[in-house]
Design a protein around this ligand. Sequence first.
Ligand SMILES: [Zn+2]
Length: 237
Amino acid sequence: MMVRGSQQMLGKKAAIVLVLGVMGMLIFSVFWQGSTAVVSPLGKDFVVILDPGHGGYDPGAISSKGVYEKAINLQVANMVKEMIRPSGVKVFLTREEDMDFVPDGVKGKTTKKQIDLNYRIDMASKEKADIFVSLHVNATTAGRNSGAETFYHYKSESGKRLAELIQQELIKISGMNRRIAKPGDFYVIKNTSMPAVIVEVGYLSSVKEQKKLQQTWYQEQLARAISKGIANYFELP
Ligand SMILES: [Zn+2]
């Protein structure tokens, strides 16, 4: 008896928390929109959404030394932002700190992930982004792989072009594996309405690479390559 009663209470509580969470997100998005409208210059500027993967409750890959993917993603994204901004391209980050977009009380790994990704996808649509670039770091259990890889949705020709242009620059970094851009069917590149790519900048599972991935000079090389690829996509000088 008691159990049933309290379960019902919990159900109600969870619903209230969810409603409050959604309201919070709406308020947040209004502010987010509002703040970008102020800085918006010419209507013709290209708009890039950089998406530092994971964040908040979700660390992404974790290296054997306890390095979190979410931290590297954000560091590289900030560098890319600084590097392409002078060209006049408008750049937005889906997150500027260690956070996620899942309201409190939401349960279930898949549900949480989907809510988080949908929020990022919606941001890109609201900003009328020309391209969506999601930044990640890879990991495998074997630990043998290294190097950067760029993925595009297999049905997107422009996504393919963007991925190829970024990957072409990434393989110029010394010591980088000569991988090519690859088609994929990942949630984020499948559900964005604009050309979208996932850049896996390296492998945290590689002993050698995990050290480099934490260093500023190496992150700058990655960021420069990604920026160059984006500039080439827009055919900027
Ligand atoms: Zn990731």
